[in-house]
Design a protein around this ligand. Structure first.
Ligand code: GAL
Length: 399
C-alpha cells in the first residue's frame, strides 16, 4: 500500500514537472521592441561639447538659446539645446544626480523651463558606465532613477556615452536606458554614443533614435589625432551604412564643427553639405552668439537643410569615386535626387555624376537646382557636371 502510494505521488510530481516544462517551452515570446516614434527626421540642434568642452554654465546655455533665436537658426529648424558632459557634480545621499551648483545655480529644471519658454527643446548627457568621459557620475545602476529625474526636469533628448563601461554588453546596456526612458513617461529622443565600436547600426534601430558611427570629430579637414577624426576620415567610415538609417533611427557621424575656426569656409560648406546628404543629425557645435554672417549662412541654408530633413529619410551613398573626386547621392520624396560632387584634391576639378551612377535611365532630362547658388542651372540629360573647388562641393537637387 505504502509503495503504491509512493508510486502515485511520484507520478503526480512527474506530471507537475512535465506540465511546468511544457508551459515554459510554450511561454509566449516577448513582443519585439518597438521604436519610440521620435525623430522621424534627423534631430537638429546645438550641443555644448565641440566648442565649450567642460567650460559650461547656465550662462553658456542662455546665450546659446538667445542666439539660436536671434540668428534665425530656430527658424531654420534647429530645435534641441543639448548640454553635454560636465554639468554633473555628484550624487546625493539618495543617489539622485546633482547638477554642479556653481555652474548651474538655478538648477536643471529652471534651465529646462527657460529652454522650453523659448520654444526649444532640452537635451542632456550621461554615460552608460560608472563615470562619464569627463569623470562625472555616469548612470550605471541608476538608469531608472536618472530617467525619472530627467523627465521631471523636462528633458527631451538624452545623449548616452560609453566611457568606463569595460566589459558591459553594448546592446543590453543601451536597452536598459531605452526602457528606463520609456518608463519615465516622457518622450525622450535617445542618442546612442558608443562610437560605433559594437556596430550599433545592426542593433540600435528600436533601442535609440541615432547612434554614433565613429570616434569623435575634430575641427579638421582630414587626418586623425588620437581618437579624433577629420571630416574626410569620418566620411569614409560612413560608406556602406546608408541602408541602416531611416525615419526614427539615424547614423550619427558626430556633431558639426562648422564655425569653430580651424577649417576654411569652403571646407565648412562641404562638411555641412555632406552631413545633410547623409541624413545626419545636424547638431551645431560652434559659439552661436559669436558666429560670422558667413557661418550663419552655412548653418541656415534652408535648401540644404531640406535635403537633410527629407521625409523619405534615405541616407546618401557614395555612388562614384575616382581618386579624390566623389559623387554622393540620395533619393528624395517625390522621386528627385540630391547630389553632392566632392573634390578632396588641392586643385579645382570638373566632376560628373552620370545618371547611370544615380540608377536613372540615361535618356532622362532633369531640372537642376544649385543648393548653394540658390538658382536653377541648365537642365541636364544623361549626366550633370560642374567645376568643383578644392576641398569643395557642388550640391544640387535633380527633379
Ligand atoms: C565623448 C563623446 C563626445 C563628448 C565627450 C564628453 O566620448 O564622443 O561627443 O560627449 O565624450 O566627454
Amino acid at each position: 500500500m505504502k509503495r503504491i502510494f509512493g508510486f502515485l505521488i511520484g507520478l503526480l510530481v512527474l506530471g507537475f514537472m512535465h506540465a511546468a516544462a511544457t508551459q515554459a517551452e510554450s511561454a509566449p515570446p516577448q513582443p519585439p521592441r518597438q521604436s519610440n516614434g521620435l525623430a522621424l527626421t534627423p534631430p537638429m540642434g546645438w550641443n555644448t561639447w565641440n566648442k565649450f568642452g567642460c567650460e559650461i554654465s547656465e550662462a553658456t546655455i542662455h546665450q546659446a538659446v538667445d542666439a539660436m533665436i536671434s540668428s534665425g537658426m530656430k527658424d531654420a529648424g534647429y530645435e534641441y539645446i543639448v548640454i553635454d558632459d560636465c554639468w554633473q557634480s555628484g550624487r546625493d545621499a539618495k543617489g539622485q544626480i546633482v547638477a554642479d551648483p556653481k555652474r548651474f545655480p538655478s538648477g536643471m529644471r529652471a534651465l529646462g523651463n527657460y529652454i522650453h519658454s523659448q520654444g526649444l527643446k532640452f537635451g542632456i548627457y550621461s554615460d552608460a558606465g560608472k563615470l562619464t568621459c569627463g569623470k562625472r557620475p555616469g548612470s550605471l545602476g541608476h538608469e531608472y532613477q536618472d530617467a525619472r529625474t530627467y523627465a521631471s526636469w523636462g528633458v527631451d533628448y538624452l545623449k548616452y556615452d560609453w566611457c568606463s563601461t569595460y566589459s558591459q554588453d553594448a546592446k543590453s546596456t543601451y536597452e536598459t536606458m531605452s526602457d528606463a526612458l520609456r518608463a519615465s513617461g516622457r518622450p525622450i529622443v535617445f542618442s546612442i554614443c558608443e562610437w560605433g565600436l559594437n556596430k550599433p547600426w545592426l542593433w540600435g534601430e528600436t533601442i535609440g533614435n541615432l547612434w554614433r558611427t565613429t570616434d569623435d570629430i575634430y575641427d579638421h579637414w582630414q587626418g586623425k589625432h588620437g581618437y579624433e577624426h577629420g571630416v574626410m576620415d569620418i566620411l569614409d567610415l560612413q560608406v556602406g551604412l546608408a541602408g541602416r538609417a531611416g525615419p526614427g533611427h539615424w547614423n550619427d557621424p558626430d556633431m558639426l564643427e562648422v564655425g569653430n575656426g580651424k577649417m576654411t569656409l569652403e571646407e565648412y560648406k562641404s562638411h555641412f553639405s555632406l552631413w545633410a546628404v547623409l541624413a545626419a543629425p545636424l547638431m551645431a557645435g560652434n559659439d552661436l552668439a559669436a558666429m560670422t554672417p558667413e557661418i550663419k549662412a552655412i548653418l541656415t541654408n534652408k535648401e540644404v537643410i531640406a535635403i537633410d530633413q527629407d521625409p523619405l529619410g534615405v541616407e546618401a551613398s557614395r555612388v562614384a569615386k575616382h581618386g579624390d573626386y566623389e559623387v554622393w547621392a540620395r533619393p528624395l520624396k517625390g522621386g528627385g535626387r540630391a547630389v553632392v560632387l566632392l573634390n578632396r584634391s588641392t586643385a579645382s576639378h570638373t566632376i560628373t555624376a552620370s545618371w547611370d551612377d544615380l540608377q536613372l535611365p540615361s535618356s532622362l532630362s532633369l531640372k537642376v537646382h544649385d543648393l548653394w547658388a540658390h538658382k536653377d542651372l541648365p537642365g541636364a540629360k544623361g549626366s550633370f557636371s560642374a567645376e568643383v573647388p578644392s576641398h569643395g562641393v557642388v550640391m544640387v537637387r535633380l527633379e
